[in-house]
Design a protein around this ligand. Structure first.
Ligand code: F0G
Length: 458
C-alpha cells in the first residue's frame, strides 16, 4: 500500500517553544533591526527560514554519541571515528577537520589562490567567493544556460557550463586556474542539483588541462537523491553509492557539516594529494587547531560521524526532499513566481517578478524579506543585489543576475503544520502587494554586506 502523505520519519522527544509575536510587535522589531533580518533576535522570529545551516535537529543517536566525546588534544578517539566515516564516504586519504565550511575554504582557497589566480564554479557560495577574492584571486560563475531561466523545468539546473569552462581555462591559462569548484547542490543557483554526467564532464576537462577539481559537497546527500530519481542508470544505486561515485571524480572537497552533516557546527577539508594536504595542515594548525580536532570539540566530531551516516537513510532523504517540494509546489500553484523545479534545501522566490514595481536598485528581494517578517514572523534571506550587487569604478550600480528570496528549511525541525502556516502567510502576501515599496542601504561593510548592512524603507 502506498500513501499520499509523507510523514516526518521521527518522533519529537524534546521541544523548543516558539515565542508568538504580533504584527504590531514585529513592526518595531524590524525597525530596530534596520530592516535586516540578520539583526533580529531569534526569539522574535516565528518560523526561521534564514538558513538550513547549523539549524538541524540532532537525533537521539547523535546526542548519545556526544556523551562519548573524547576531548583529548591529540589522537582523540572521536576524531578517529569522524575521520573513518569521512574516508569511507569520500575515498580521500587526507582529512582535515575545521570548525565550519568557510574555515576549510579559507585554508584551501587561500593556499591555492592569490593575485592572478582564477577559480571557476557552477556558482560560488558567498563565503567561497569572499575567501577567494580576499586572497586576491578572481571567482567566476558559469552555471548552464537553463539555470538563468527561473521557471524553466529542467532536471539538473545546478550543472556547470562545460564548454565555457574549457574556454575560460584556455583564456586564462591552466597554470593560473586555482581550482574548479562544483557546488552540489548549487545553493546560490537555487539549490538545484548537479548531474553525475556533468560531474564527469567537468572532470574530463580538468584532467585534460591538469587543473584542480574540488567539490563543495555540503548538500551532496540531497544531490544524490535527485540523481537517483532523475538520472538514468542511477535508480538502483544507494544514495551513498551515488555520493561516493561523485567524490571519486574529484581531487578533494570542502564540506560544511552544518548542512548534510546534520550537526550544529563543524566541517572538513579532504584531499587526494599529500603535498596539498601537508600545506593545508600547516595553515590548519596555525588558524584552526591541531590536526586531530581542527576547530572542533570531541563531542562535535562524534555528532558529525553519526550525522554523515544518518543523512543517507532513504526515509529521511525522501521526507527531506519531498517536504521542501511540498511547500514550493503549493506556492507555485498559488501563483508565487519561483525557481522551478524546487531545489533540495530551500524554495527560492523571484522577488523581481512578485514586485514588478520595485526597480532592482531598490532591492525587491529585501522588500519581500521584510514583508514576510511583518506579515507572518517568517525570517528569510535575500539572494539578489544586496548579496551580490556591485558598483563599477564609476559607482554605477551593477545588479545581481536574479533578485531572489530564499526560504531555507532547517532539517528535521518543522512539521507540516508549520509549513501550512507559511503557505497561509503567502496568501496574505498578495494583499496590497502593488503598494510595497523598495529599500535603500544606509550603511554597509566592504565584504559580505548582507549580514550587517542597514536599510531604510523608501
Ligand atoms: N558552501 C556552500 C554551498 C554553503 O551553502 C555554505 C554555507 C558554505 C559553503 C559555508 O559553510 O557556513 O559552514 O562556513 N551556507 C549557509 C547558507 C551559511 O545559509 O546557505 P559554513
Amino acid at each position: 500500500m502506498t500513501f499520499k502523505t509523507i510523514i516526518e520519519p521521527f518522533k519529537i522527544k524534546e521541544i523548543e517553544p516558539i515565542n508568538v509575536t504580533t504584527e504590531e510587535e514585529r513592526v518595531k522589531y524590524l525597525k530596530d533591526a534596520f530592516y535586516n533580518p540578520f539583526k533580529l533576535k531569534s526569539e522574535h522570529v516565528l518560523i526561521d527560514f534564514l538558513t538550513d545551516s547549523g539549524t538541524s535537529a540532532m537525533s537521539s543517536r547523535q546526542w548519545a554519541a556526544m556523551m562519548e566525546g573524547d576531548e583529548a588534544y591529540a589522537g582523540s578517539r572521536s576524531w578517529l571515528k569522524m575521520e573513518a566515516v569521512i574516508k569511507d564516504l569520500t575515498g580521500f586519504e587526507h582529512i582535515l577537520p575545521t570548525h565550519q565550511g568557510r574555515a576549510a575554504e579559507r585554508i584551501l582557497y587561500g593556499y591555492l589562490g592569490g593575485k592572478g589566480k582564477v577559480f571557476i564554479s557552477n556558482t560560488h557560495f558567498d563565503t567561497t567567493r569572499a575567501n577567494i577574492e580576499f586572497s586576491g584571486a578572481e571567482a567566476i560563475d558559469i552555471p548552464v544556460e537553463e539555470a538563468k531561466h527561473p521557471m524553466l523545468d529542467h532536471p539538473f539546473k545546478g550543472n556547470m557550463d562545460v564548454k565555457e569552462l574549457e574556454r575560460l581555462i584556455n583564456h586564462y591559462g591552466p597554470e593560473n586556474i586555482g581550482g574548479v569548484i562544483l557546488t552540489v547542490t548549487n545553493n546560490s543557483g537555487g539549490g538545484q542539483p548537479v548531474s553525475m554526467k556533468n560531474a564527469k564532464d567537468v572532470k574530463q576537462v580538468c584532467n585534460k588541462y591538469k587543473v584542480n577539481y574540488f567539490l563543495d559537497c555540503c548538500r551532496i546527500a540531497e544531490n544524490a537523491y535527485f540523481i537517483n530519481h532523475r538520472e538514468t542508470g542511477y535508480e538502483k544505486k544507494t544514495y551513498k553509492e551515488i555520493a561516493q561515485e561523485m567524490f571519486s571524480l574529484s581531487d578533494g572537497c570542502v564540506m560544511s557539516a552544518k548542512k548534510d552533516g546534520l550537526v550544529n557546527m563543524g566541517g572538513f577539508l579532504a584531499v587526494k594529494d599529500k603535498a596539498l594536504s601537508d600545506a593545508c595542515t600547516n595553515l590548519l594548525i596555525i588558524t584552526e587547531g591541531f590536526a586531530t580536532y581542527g576547530g572542533l570539540s570531541g563531542r562535535s566530531m562524534e555528532a558529525i560521524a553519526v550525522g554523515l551516516e544518518e543523512v543517507f537513510e532513504p526515509d529521511y532523504l525522501k521526507y527531506r526532499i519531498r517536504s521542501t517540494a511540498y511547500l514550493g509546489e503549493k506556492l507555485y500553484k498559488m501563483g508565487v513566481p519561483l525557481i522551478y523545479p524546487i531545489g533540495g534545501h530551500a524554495v527560492y522566490i523571484d522577488a523581481r517578478a512578485f514586485y514588478p514595481q520595485i526597480p532592482v536598485e531598490q532591492y525587491p528581494g529585501q522588500a519581500m524579506v521584510c514583508e514576510l517578517y511583518l506579515k507572518g514572523g517568517i525570517r528569510s534571506v535575500e539572494i539578489g543585489s544586496v548579496m551580490f550587487g556591485k558598483k563599477d569604478k564609476d559607482g554605477k550600480f551593477i545588479p545581481a543576475p536574479n533578485e531572489l528570496v530564499r526560504l531555507a528549511i532547517p532539517r528535521r525541525v518543522y512539521t507540516q503544520s508549520h509549513i501550512e502556516y507559511v503557505i497561509e502567510v503567502f496568501e496574505k502576501m498578495f494583499e496590497g502587494k502593488e503598494n510595497v515599496k523598495g529599500m535603500k542601504i544606509i550603511e554597509e561593510p566592504e565584504f559580505l554586506r548582507h549580514f550587517t548592512a542597514k536599510f531604510e524603507r523608501l
